[in-house]
Design a protein. Structure first.
Length: 177
């Protein structure tokens, strides 16, 4: 008797403890029947798919009289008509814009990397320019002192020569032509 009860009990426990199945989804594809009049008792004229464009002509309770893009006139439940395009139409557009945005982000990332590298190179060039300007000032100052020292030396040698060479007696010698 216990064995008879134990087998179904174990089976029930195994079913309860089993891993849940992967999630399934309800399709957003809708086939809506367009009828000859405002009610379920009227004949179905055709089926409309989710995303088909229609024009609302009038309302009668929960039903709307519509015209399809092909010009067919009929009735559908008003709750299925919306001014917003359905996801099946909007989603591809949004995905395309998303891909464009991702491409633009990639392009901007690439440009940012290039500009960051250019800024680093520019900073190195500025540092090198400062070094060269400092070196130029030092060399210019050194060159000025060398020129001044050379000029002073020439003046001193001229003065020494002028003092060392006698002037020719008391009378001035004149050149006769």
């Amino acid at each position: 008797m216990i064995r008879r009860l134990l087998a179904p009990l174990c089976l029930a426990a195994a079913l309860l403890l089993a891993a849940p199945a992967a999630a399934d989804f309800i399709s957003d594809q809708l086939n809506l029947d367009m009828r000859a009049g405002p009610g379920l008792q009227f004949k179905i004229l055709r089926f409309l798919k989710s995303g088909d464009a229609v024009t609302r002509l009038s309302r009668d309770g929960d039903w709307s009289r519509i015209r399809t893009s092909e010009g067919k006139v009929g009735w559908v439940l008003s709750s299925f008509i919306t001014s917003e395009p359905p996801a099946s139409i909007v989603l591809p557009e949004v995905q395309a814009r998303l891909e464009q945005s991702r491409s633009r982000i990639d392009e901007l990332d690439r440009k940012l990397a290039e500009q960051t590298q250019a800024i680093a190179e520019l900073e190195k060039l500025r540092e090198r320019n400062e070094q060269l300007e400092t070196e130029n000032q030092r060399l210019s100052f050194s060159s000025t002192w060398k020129a001044m020292a050379t000029g002073a030396t020439i003046i001193a040698i001229g003065a020494i020569i002028g003092l060392a060479i006698p002037r020719g007696g008391g009378a001035r010698s004149r050149l006769k032509l």
